[in-house]
Design a protein around this ligand. Structure first.
Ligand code: DGL
Length: 278
């Protein structure tokens, strides 16, 4: 079997880079394609149907680029599009392509972190409204009580390079206070948006030291590593040049500038036009 498939990592914007970085730390040998739909980000405030259509379009592009395994490194897309893609679209597209999300691996791990069994979720409006975390937690950890807070300003602050600004202080404190006021027993908080690790220093500054915050990078990377071990038929097709190419629906220059907030390395970036056949 020829190893010629890079692993696709998709996000609406730059947030998935926090997951990609950890995936590459855990699994450095494989090749990756990162795809940011930066021209249409944020997804977090968009309707179910729009997030599903956008995500499906991008996933199909990644398939066209040779990826047989795609990770939705985006909670909003995982919440609003993953199930439909897995159940409705994939069977029509191919019987060997796979798309995985970030919500289930996160939920599987949360039991290890909480002692009080009272957990908080910080996420986009779309993820919170979808109740995907509530549904998965009920399934895996029925003893856990979940409280959620939507933070609609956090992604725009990060995407606009304002994560260190005073404006960010205001919005971080505001949403954190709202969440923790809902239940004083919360001891663990899921950062349920792949952008949020960039706000972690500020989040910690305004949170009691007894509360733990879970970023998803390591969790998703470990889950992918386990998935590849359990699926040798897919793993044996993954190419192993240790490289990564970056594709954006925005301009290459914009991607370069903003991606520097996330990754400290020179990136091989390409523009992709979703309306053009490859
Ligand atoms: N990074 C995405 C997530 O994990 C959200 C960004 C957006 O709103 O587009 O939910």
């Amino acid at each position: 079997m020829q190893r010629n498939c890079p692993i696709g990592v998709f996000d609406s914007g730059y947030g998935g880079l926090t997951v990609l970085e950890k995936i590459r730390e855990h699994l450095p040998a494989y090749d990756y394609i990162y795809f940011g739909d930066n021209a249409r980000t944020p997804y977090g405030t968009r309707s179910f149907e729009v997030v599903y259509q956008y995500t499906l379009e991008c996933v199909k592009k990644l398939f066209d680029m040779g990826c047989e395994l795609v990770i939705l490194a985006c909670n909003t897309a995982s919440a609003k599009a993953l199930r439909s893609i897995q159940q409705r679209d994939l069977p029509l597209i191919s019987d060997h392509h796979r798309v995985l999300g970030v919500i289930r691996p996160t939920v599987e791990q949360i039991g290890q972190f909480t002692h009080t069994h009272h957990v908080g979720l910080l996420a986009t409006q779309g993820t919170v409204q979808s109740q995907s975390y509530d549904i998965e937690i009920e399934k895996y950890h029925p003893q856990i009580v979940l409280h959620s807070e939507a933070c609609p300003m956090w992604v725009p602050l990060i995407e606009n390079g304002e994560a260190d600004s005073e404006g960010a202080d205001y919005f971080v404190k505001r949403h954190l206070d709202h969440l923790l006021a809902k239940d004083p027993l919360i001891d663990s908080v899921i950062l349920g948006c792949t952008h949020y690790p960039l706000l972690l220093p500020k989040i910690k500054q305004y949170a009691p030291s007894t509360v733990r915050f879970l970023s998803q990078g390591d969790i998703v990377a470990e889950s992918l590593s386990d998935y590849l071990r359990r699926h040798p038929e897919l793993e044996s097709k993954c190419s192993m040049g240790g490289g990564c190419s970056y594709y954006t629906t925005e301009s290459i220059e914009k991607f370069h500038t903003a991606a520097r907030l996330f990754l400290q390395e020179d990136l091989n970036v390409h523009h992709i036009d979703l309306n053009k056949e490859r």
